[in-house]
Ligand binder design. Structure first.
Ligand SMILES: Nc1nc2c(ncn2[C@@H]2O[C@H](COP(=O)(O)OP(=O)(O)O)[C@@H](O)[C@H]2O)c(=O)[nH]1
Ligand SMILES: [Mg+2]
Length: 331
């Protein structure tokens, strides 16, 4: 068996910006081995004072919208400004996506070999929440290693958007200019979470269409309830190929950053995210513990069937599970 890694050595290495040791620490975080998890927890706690100094940008959009290609152009622009960039890809599905992440690396040709960039796919196992929180911890390690910009790309579709918005400061939604029905195909809820929208591939024949999509989306955003922080999401058009619109996107995100810091919302949101993570992980852990007891597990199964078949109400089913727990009272 390989010896357990030395936490002090990992900590020192990460603080010195050593990428090999950073990668080893991330592997430790992703490990399902309980001994590794204890060490990973200790490492993160020791590094916490050195974290937080970054802007965390979540990026989502349907597969093929151009996320990875955008990150390549945008990332190279940031590095040109002297930034140090980590790109983390959240991948809730398992096998199929291994290929897509490899594909992504080839889309990020310059970034993937640049000394100021670090690209890392996230663990592809466990519950979606679990994967997201491992990405969250990976973000912290990258911050301790001196990365001042963290881009978190979702690979999957659906629920992962909500998860990523929970671990990012700025949530960016990438969209294609559609032929007339620009508002089709995106769930309203995702637009409501976005701090910024980008119409991708605004090049060649697509420029005009992209501009009209920009107006349509700007109008649509206008009808959404305002963001709690007072930030009004903006829509930009961009071509990762022609490298146009990149500066405008950067300016939008900078403006957001300053806006949120000035009104205190930046820190407030992060603090709330910490609390949310704790509560969600606690819920999951408690539930897992309960289900480890056979009697409870059987009762939950039984209730699921009854609830499914409309024979017991969900409310009553919960009570009948709690009845098995000494000291638990249903309120
Ligand atoms: N015309 C054009 N095509 C692009 C642009 N960006 C990406 N693409 C193409 O769109 C496809 C999907 O891009 P990719 O970055 O892998 O999308 P992802 O699945 O969202 O990460 C690829 O064939 C890219 O070459 C762009 O700015 N302009
Ligand atoms: Mg991609």
């Amino acid at each position: 068996m390989r010896p357990l890694p030395d936490i002090a050595q990992l900590k020192e290495g990460i603080l010195a910006g050593n990428i090999a040791l950073l990668s080893r620490a991330i592997t430790l975080i992703e490990s399902t081995n309980p001994a590794h998890q204890v060490l990973a927890g200790a490492l993160i706690d020791q590094l916490l004072p050195y974290t937080g100094n970054s802007l965390r940008i979540g990026i989502t959009g349907v597969p093929g919208v151009g996320k990875s290609t955008f990150i390549e152009s945008f990332g190279m622009h940031l590095i040109g400004k002297g930034k140090k960039l980590a790109v983390l890809a959240i991948d809730p599905s398992s096998n199929i996506s291994k290929g897509s992440i490899l594909g992504d690396k080839t889309r990020m040709e310059q970034l993937s070999v640049h000394p100021m960039a670090y690209i890392r796919p996230s663990a592809a196992s466990g519950s979606l929440g679990g994967v997201t929180y491992k990405t969250r911890e990976t973000t912290l390690l990258c911050e301790a290693a001196g990365f001042d910009t963290i881009i978190i790309e979702t690979v999957g579709v659906g629920q992962s958007e909500t998860e990523v918005s929970q671990i990012s400061d700025f949530f960016l939604l990438l969209m294609l200019a559609g032929a007339g029905d620009e508002l089709q195909g995106i769930k309203r809820g995702i637009m409501e979470m976005a701090d910024g929208l980008i119409i991708t591939k605004a090049d060649g024949d697509n420029i005009l269409k992209s501009k009209s999509a920009r107006s349509e989306y700007a109008r649509a955003l206008h009808f959404l309830p305002p963001n709690a922080s007072g930030w009004i999401p903006e829509v930009k058009i961009c071509s990762a190929y022609d490298r146009t619109g990149i500066i405008e996107v950067d300016a939008m995100i900078e403006k957001f950053h300053q806006h949120q810091q000035a009104n205190g919302y930046f820190l407030k949101k992060r603090n709330e995210q910490n609390l949310f993570a704790f509560r969600q992980l606690l819920n999951e852990a408690l539930f897992r513990q309960l289900l480890a007891q056979q009697g409870i597990k059987d009762q939950v199964k039984k209730m699921e069937t009854l609830v499914f078949n409309n024979q017991v109400s969900p409310y009553s089913a919960v009570r009948q599970v709690l009845d098995l727990l000494p000291g638990f009272h249903h309120s």
